[in-house]
Structure formats: structure tokens, C-alpha cells
Design a protein around this ligand. Sequence first.
Ligand SMILES: [Zn+2]
Length: 154
Amino acid sequence: MSEVKSFWCHEASNILCVRASDFDNVTRLFLDAAERCVAAERREKELQQRLTAADERADTATTLIQRIVANFDTEIEYHEDVEPNDLEHDQVLAEMREFLSPKDTEWRMHPCKNGHLDVGAAGGVAHCYTCDEKITAANTQEAFEQWNATHPAS
Ligand SMILES: [Zn+2]
């Protein structure tokens, strides 16, 4: 802001003037800052979603481990007179296998047209954080799908 020069215009008395080029520069700086702000908020939302997903996976993993340990403990404790709970054992193993091959790879975004990998989708916008390429859609799922449909996988 300090670079903007103001001066008294003698043709129009008592009116403090600002050079049009200075005004345009400051306006551009402001709009750039506002855009970065919006991108940062979008990124924060996306990181929050990733964090929530990671938390959920950690909870699921913990629960599965607790169940299988509990089943083994029961087996050990009552070894001689109780059959191990094969149904529970099989169920936990099946859920563990499912956990180890997560479906969330379907949500992996392809690189942008410049090959940047720092891409994400949130708030109805699929976006490259490096070069600012973006696709806006009715919702995040659609933006994501349009992005991957128009960008080849790496
Ligand atoms: Zn890019």
C-alpha cells in the first residue's frame, strides 16, 4: 500500500487522486491475496477430511486387533473345554483383509496437466495447489470425477 502515490490534482481542486496504474496494482494484489486465502481454506478442509479418514482407519484397525486378541485370549483361557470361536475368528480375518485393501484408492486424484501431484478436491472444486489448475462442479464428488476423467493417471 505504501507504494501507492497520491497527489493533489490541480485540475480538480480538493480531490486527493491515486494513479490508475497504482490502483490497478493494489487491486490485483488484493485479489491475489483473496484467491490464495480461498485456496488455503479449501486445502484446510481437504486436509481435515484426510485426517478424519485416517482417524477412522486407525479406529477400525484398533478394533480389529482388540477383537482378534480377545478371541485368542478366550481360546487360551478355556482351551480344554471350549472350542475357539471360529466364526468370530473368520469374521475378523475377513474384515482385516478388507481393511488392508481399502477402497479409498478410488479417491486418488490424478496429477494436473503439468504433472503436479499436489492436487486435491474439496468444496466442489478439484484443484492443483502448485499451478492453480481447477475444475469446479456441483459437488466435490463430481469435480473429482471430472478431474480424473480428463487427466491421465501418473
Ligand atoms: Zn499443477
